[in-house]
Design a protein around this ligand. Structure first.
Ligand SMILES: CC(C)(COP(=O)(O)OP(=O)(O)OC[C@H]1O[C@@H](n2cnc3c(N)ncnc32)[C@H](O)[C@@H]1OP(=O)(O)O)[C@@H](O)C(=O)NCCC(=O)NCCS
Length: 154
């Protein structure tokens, strides 16, 4: 399997929207994606397997902190280590570039995402009660952070 991570542009909005809607309980709108492509602090990275887009991740970066705003792996490709490959590589690159902390928020019931983040050395730092509203119901969010594990001395 030939895996490539590359930076995407707004010509991928329809593809991202489709992957997100198939995989995610809290998908973004096309406008959310357009906003990210318009924001110079955001980077949208795609994961290609044999030239096919199978996942993506949106990251915002400000000074020496970053936030994972969205990560999706195509439903049919999940649980094969692709999320780990994509996010692991992006975190490593961010930290090589001097980012000291990477944050993310996750639905408290999203067990596989939480498992993945813990494996990538994200630690829970707080719980945001009733943070998400899905179909009129409230759900807690867990805030997680990873402290630079590559060039911690900088
Ligand atoms: C979260 C997501 C990106 C993970 O991608 P992925 O390619 O499936 O991730 P990986 O295969 O690298 O890792 C998933 C891990 O969760 C584990 N897992 C799967 N279901 C699980 C469950 N119910 N409870 C605990 N762990 C679980 C897998 O075994 C695997 O761990 P392992 O590598 O130690 O065996 C993907 O599931 C996804 O796109 N979900 C929908 C969108 C979403 O929820 N995004 C996160 C928003 S915060």
């Amino acid at each position: 399997m030939n895996l490539i991570i590359s930076i995407l542009d707004s010509s991928y909005i329809d593809a991202l929207f489709q992957l997100d809607n198939e995989a995610n309980t809290t998908p973004w709108s096309k406008l959310n994606y357009q906003d990210s492509f318009n924001d110079p602090n955001h980077t949208v990275s795609g994961l290609f397997a044999n030239d096919q887009l199978i996942g993506f991740c949106v990251i915002s970066k400000i000074i020496d902190e970053a936030e994972v705003l969205q990560i999706v792996i195509a439903k049919s490709s999940q649980n094969n280590g692709y999320g780990n490959y994509l996010l692991g590589n992006l975190c490593q690159q961010l930290e090589l570039d001097g980012i000291q902390q990477i944050f993310l928020e996750v639905l408290a019931s999203n067990a596989n995402a939480i498992h993945l983040y813990s494996k990538l050395q994200f630690n829970e730092i707080s719980i945001r009660k009733n943070y998400y509203t899905i179909n009129g119901n409230k759900f807690d969010a867990i805030l997680m952070a990873r402290t630079n594990i590559i060039n911690h001395q900088q």
